[in-house]
Design a protein around this ligand. Structure first.
Ligand SMILES: Nc1ncnc2c1ncn2[C@@H]1O[C@H](COP(=O)(O)OP(=O)(O)OP(=O)(O)O)[C@@H](O)[C@H]1O
Length: 377
């Protein structure tokens, strides 16, 4: 059940123009800055927006062919999961989940039985009789997941499904989504299923998110939108490990310096040379990016002597210090050619030892071997 998408739509001065495929049983994550067209894309796929020109097919069935063909929302075989669970307030959880099958003509008793089964699979069996006002955010999202699956969709569209949840609820729901989406995959790869109520093991999914954890935990591939166009695409792990745009680098928590490739590094536009290791497909003289992790940046007091091996040395001022898991993430103020400054991770003990605070002068060092240089998007 693969999804083929070739969509162009103009909204005022904004144009979305994208082409991609989501193979059967796989999950595509869509990343992009605010206003890059993620919601517009999902609305086109869901049938809520009529594109100017489009060919959207799901498992060979045409959903949209503009102008003229536009299969209505309820008849697309697509399940939607949004940030907000959007449950009908006057119905219980089981009635909310049974609503889809009922409107497809399934008999009431059978629709309720299916709904109970989907609630069980969403770890929400005990919520069957509750109304939305009696559910926490995480519980309501479990019911919404059961509802999205209950119609037996061929594709799922997930629009930032975890972003409205608090930090305690999000991991459990991420785990549930992973199970739901990965069960799809194991059925796809021929492993035995476990008695699906709706045995459509080849369902594909499109996930809009801004969280790299969601991308790594849930998606196979990723496309990165920028101003309505695809700026990057590829396997999720590869794109996040070797970002080619500043946006993706920020999402992935990596430093990125754009410039022009050289045999042993990169020339940044500010005249600085960044020593690094070019990838095999990186041609000297071509646009490239140098990428390195905050953990690879050593922080010294200003003016500290630097040691022998090939390395990059940048004098900078601390712009911010923020807790980041077990470490403190230091950011400098736009030095070194990186658009948002350079990020470095330190232990709280080193921050105290160096007496760092916003405005402190520091000397940063990054070994050339820790800097990957690869072609720009
Ligand atoms: N109803 C509308 N009429 C005109 N322009 C619109 C409309 N909705 C969105 N746009 C424009 O389309 C562009 C893309 O918006 P869209 O909501 O798809 O971006 P997004 O990537 O989902 O952003 P965000 O991350 O902020 O949700 C923006 O420039 C926005 O101003």
């Amino acid at each position: 059940m693969s999804l083929h998408v070739d969509v162009a739509v103009t909204r005022g001065r904004f144009t979305l123009d994208v082409t991609f495929d989501v193979p059967a049983g796989s999950v595509l994550a869509v990343l992009g800055p605010n206003g890059s067209g993620k919601s517009t894309l999902l609305q086109c796929l869901a049938g809520l927006l009529v594109p100017d020109s489009a060919a959207v097919t799901l498992d060979g069935r045409t959903l949209t062919r503009a102008p003229g063909v536009q299969v209505p929302v309820h008849d697309r075989g697509i399940g939607l999961l949004a940030q907000d669970p959007l449950l009908l307030p006057h119905l219980t959880a089981v009635e909310n989940v049974a609503f889809g099958p009922r409107s497809q003509g399934v008999r009431p008793s059978r629709a309720r039985a299916q709904a109970r089964e989907w609630l069980r699979r969403a770890d929400a069996a005990e919520l069957t009789g509750r109304r939305p006002a009696q559910l926490s955010g995480g519980q309501a999202q479990r019911v919404a997941i059961a509802r999205a699956l209950a119609g037996g969709p061929r594709a799922l569209l997930l629009d930032e499904p975890l972003s409205a949840l608090d930090v305690d609820a999000a991991p459990a729901i991420r785990g549930l989504l992973r199970r739901v989406l990965r069960r799809t995959q194991s059925a796809h790869s021929g492993e035995s299923g476990d008695g699906e109520v709706v045995p459509d093991g080849e369902r594909c999914a499109v996930l809009v998110t801004h969280d790299p954890l969601d991308v790594l935990a849930l998606a196979d591939d990723v496309v990165v939108l920028d101003a309505g166009r695809i700026a990057e695409r590829g396997p999720a792990k590869e794109v996040l490990a070797a970002p080619r745009t500043a946006f993706t680098a920020r999402i992935a928590g990596l430093n990125l310096v754009p410039g022009v490739a050289a045999a042993d590094g990169l020339h940044a536009p500010n005249g600085r040379f960044v020593a690094g290791v070019p990838s095999g497909d990186c041609l000297p003289g071509e646009p490239a990016v140098a990428v390195f992790a905050p953990g690879a940046v050593a922080v010294h007091p200003a003016g500290a002597p630097h040691t022998g091996s090939p390395r990059n040395v940048v004098d900078a001022r601390v712009a911010s210090l923020e807790p980041h898991g077990a470490v403190i993430r230091l950011r400098t103020a736009g030095d070194g050619g990186a658009e948002t400054g350079i990020a470095a991770d330190l232990t709280p003990a080193s921050v105290a030892e160096l007496g760092l605070e916003p405005g402190s002068a520091v000397r940063l060092e990054v070994k050339a071997a820790s800097v990957a240089v690869h072609p720009a998007a």
